[in-house]
Design a protein around this ligand. Structure first.
Ligand SMILES: NC(=O)CCCC[C@@H]1SC[C@@H]2NC(=O)N[C@@H]21
Length: 474
């Protein structure tokens, strides 16, 4: 079929009160069943609305902040999908698997693909020199059950976040599966920041849709969930189904159904702790669509022009631990260039009116980010500073009043992996309000519907990354 209906569910996870002390397997299952009760309602609702597939969040069944011992009662042995297993009809085939049984039955009884995030355990012994001291590998794992309840995909998260000390790093896996409504790939949360497996799935294996269970804490001004995940879908030109966990204490909200041309449906809620089901229709094979966006040469425009108005007004300030070079946009309109190392960023803009109590800056960063993960960035950004004090530029701010009637942002990137972001006041996306030109300009010709928080070209220069922790020598 040419199109299909996708659902993502932002789940307000019910957390265990005690994650420092081990609980019994029965108590662990009781908590997981409480979460699965809620997920089951969403699965039924999605199926009733015609969805072919539903994605649920990372950590959505057992929560977070465990030790290796305290996560253990929540884990199940998840077999390789090649075994052809329907846990709903043959639950004990590989030992106790109540969580897989329940997810499989949800998929089967509602005739819908179900994507969930659970924990896998694999026993090992001293014949394996890498076997952990406690005799088992523990993996953060995405599973997919097809509409008959068969396990069709198992993915072990490769890029663990800094807090996930209770899981092991697996070898990299590139997990795909085929359906009548397209070819799917699976990865999770921090994976989106790295080359493997994310870029391999989208570029080399050419999946149509990425399934993305996540537990993403929002980090403005560049890394809120809806902002970065929709930008990645546009930059990589794939469908992207992102289901975030909802938890205000760790700033988690922001789920969406994104296409190569921009957001199709999204949700960002800081008002309540409620869950939220999103449903939308997508192209099954977006690269065959007449509207599929052309490949972009991200540096073509920026390297072809002379620097706009050189200035000695540059200053530095920090975005999420990275020292950017900035210049203030003092006039209602202008053309400016700001450079850091090899990266020069060009901006042409016209504001609707200059608000005296708001400061906007153009910024550039070319360097290795080293906090909560190590990855090489090249970023050009136009953003609103938190206050009129230039030292606050780059600090999180969620509202703005300044409208831009037009802008054009470009940069002399050394990488072809650039993710275009436009984030508006109230942490809202701007579907259809900007364009990516094939020469690498991110432009808005008619302005945006709300005031601007951030416009960015978020570049990842993967070749400059240090080795992955799994590959690094001890
Ligand atoms: N569960 C995860 O793997 C989350 C990882 C991504 C978190 C992103 S990366 C930069 C920001 N820091 C955060 O705390 N959240 C954002």
């Amino acid at each position: 079929s040419d199109s299909y209906i996708a659902a993502v569910y932002e789940h307000s996870v019910i957390l265990s009160e005690e994650t420092n002390l081990p609980v019994s397997p029965e108590d662990a299952l009781e908590l997981m069943n409480k979460n699965m009760d809620v997920l089951e309602i969403a699965v039924k609702a999605a199926a009733q609305q015609g969805a072919h597939i539903i994605v649920t969040p990372e950590d959505g069944i057992y929560g977070w902040v465990f030790t290796r011992e305290t996560i253990y009662p929540y884990l199940e042995d998840v077999p390789d999908p090649q075994v052809n297993w329907i846990p709903c009809t043959d639950p004990e085939r590989f030992g106790p698997a109540p969580v897989q049984k329940r997810l499989s039955c949800m998929a089967r009884s509602n005739s819908i693909y179900v994507v969930a995030n659970i924990g896998d355990k694999k026993p090992c012994n001293s014949s394996d020199p890498k076997c952990p001291e406690d005799g088992r590998y523990q993996y953060n794992t995405d599973v997919v059950f097809d509409s008959e309840g068969k396990l069709v995909a198992r993915y072990h998260k490769y890029n663990l976040f800094i807090t996930e000390t209770y899981f092991n790093y697996p070898e990299p896996e590139y997990v795909t599966f085929n359906t009548s409504f397209g070819n799917f790939g699976v990865f999770t949360c921090a994976d989106i920041l790295f080359h493997d497996p994310a870029v391999v799935l989208a570029s080399k294996l050419q999946v149509d849709t990425v399934l993305f269970p996540t537990a993403w804490g929002n980090t403005l001004p560049l890394l809120s969930a809806i902002q970065f995940h929709s930008a990645w879908a546009m930059g990589m030109r794939v469908n992207f189904l992102s289901a975030n966990t909802r938890n205000s204490s760790v700033d988690m909200t922001g789920s969406g159904i994104y296409g190569p041309n921009g957001p199709i449906a999204y949700h960002y809620n800081t008002e309540t702790e409620n869950g939220q089901l999103l449903i939308a229709q997508l192209n099954s094979r977006p690269h065959l669509s007449p509207t599929y966006p052309p490949a972009v040469n991200w540096s073509s425009y920026a390297t072809s022009i002379k620097h706009f108005s050189p200035t000695d007004q540059d200053f530095t300030a920090v975005i999420y631990y990275d020292l950017f070079t900035f210049m203030e946009l003092t006039k209602i309109e202008g053309n400016h260039t700001v450079c850091q190392k090899d990266l020069c960023c060009h901006l042409s803009y016209r504001m609707a009116e200059k608000q005296e109590d708001e400061v906007y800056v153009l910024g550039a960063f070319d360097g290795l980010h080293i906090v909560e993960g190590e990855y090489y960035l090249q970023i050009c950004t136009l953003l609103k500073c938190k206050s009129t004090d230039l030292k606050t530029c780059g600090q999180p701010v969620a509202t703005a009043q300044t409208r831009f009637e037009a802008f054009s942002l470009s940069g002399t990137f050394d990488t072809s992996y650039v993710f275009p972001e436009v984030l508006l006041s109230g942490v809202q996306l701007a579907p259809g309000e900007f364009q990516i030109l094939s020469d690498g300009r991110l432009i808005s010709q008619n302005g945006t519907s709300k005031p601007v928080l951030t416009v960015a070209l978020f570049g990842r220069w993967y070749e400059k990354d240090p080795p992955h922790p799994q590959q690094a020598s001890p």
